[in-house]
Design a protein around this ligand. Structure first.
Ligand code: SF4
Length: 301
């Protein structure tokens, strides 16, 4: 049997669901039952009540799946696939901040560890951040963590003052306005779509600032045929598959997240065979981390 057949057989035996983030390797996306952004995937997993969830994405995403499906075994096929941005906020730092600013609301991007989520007031994604921030009382101070770029982009759009945690996504933060200008000069008919994790100077050059889910939807629905994609280039695999007649350009140099590329077919096969590495979280962390996620979903839905 080849690796794909082996994985398919294990999937049947385990009644497993395989989830892959939009930035993972093309062969992982092609193997998955669902491809999407982190929250979309975790919600899909919870809805299908699979006893085994194989989460191909970085660790905080697999943790979110565990929080939403605590009774499932959540496999994270490569335990070294972490998110440097999520690691820029630690529970100790958040506790310290809270004791110094007891009246400030803490809004955490889903790109945070489960332990950090357990300490905040509400979560948000790049797709719903505007709606979440707008739902908070105007008189309350807000600390947005851990992505200062996303926070600044949302604050500018909503004209709402906020404090920003000194964190960023290294992959998006490296994108420079000059790269976008070069791509626009090379492809003048293309629309520029930028992820809000990019620096504000990059977002300012974009025709639209959208989450990965928003970009995929826009690419499907827009009359335009050509796009410059300012986010991790792994998403272009799915965009091209869904829109074979349209043209998608990445930037030069290509924005790549090395952590998102760590999970291989071999890792998926091995994790399913050994039922490890799996995500284990203390019950109390699951209980507390679920609250800000549920609050977010109540506003979003
Ligand atoms: S692309 Fe950025 S935010 Fe996403 S996993 Fe990589 S480092 Fe983290």
């Amino acid at each position: 049997m080849d690796m794909h057949e082996d994985i398919a057989a294990l999937k049947r035996d385990l009644r497993a669901v395989i989830l892959a983030h939009n930035y993972t390797l093309p062969e992982i996306q092609d193997l998955a039952d669902f491809v999407g952004d982190s929250l979309e995937l975790s919600r899909k997993a919870a809805a299908c009540r699979a006893p085994v969830i194989v989460f191909c994405g970085v660790r905080f995403m697999a943790e979110t799946a565990k929080i939403l499906s605590p009774d499932s075994i959540v496999l994270h096929p490569n335990e070294f696939s972490g998110c440097p941005m999520a690691d820029m906020a630690s529970p100790e730092q958040i506790r310290k901040y809270k004791s110094a600013h007891p009246d400030t609301l803490l809004v955490a991007y889903v790109n945070t560890t489960a332990e950090c989520k357990a300490l905040v007031d509400i979560c948000c994604t790049s797709g719903n951040a505007e709606k979440i921030i707008s739902s908070l009382p105007a008189e309350r101070e807000i600390m947005f963590l851990p992505d200062a770029n996303l926070g600044r982009n949302i604050a500018a759009k909503l004209k709402r003052p906020m404090s920003f945690w000194p964190g960023c996504c290294p992959t998006h933060n490296r994108i420079q306005p000059e790269q976008v200008a070069q791509a626009k000069a090379a492809h003048p008919a293309a629309l520029v779509l930028a992820h809000p994790e990019c620096p504000p100077a990059v977002v300012a050059l974009a025709d639209r600032s959208l989450s990965t889910g928003g970009m995929l939807k826009f690419a499907r629905e827009a009359a335009a045929r050509e796009f410059i994609i300012c986010t991790e280039s792994g998403i272009i695999h799915r965009m091209q598959k869904e829109n074979p007649a349209k043209i998608f350009h990445t930037l030069a140099p290509e924005p790549l997240c090395p952590n998102m590329k760590k999970i291989t077919l071999q890792d998926v096969w091995s994790a399913m065979r050994n039922l490890a590495p799996r995500i284990e979280l203390p019950d109390e962390v699951i209980r507390l981390a679920r609250r800000p996620i549920d609050k977010m979903l109540a506003v979003q839905d």
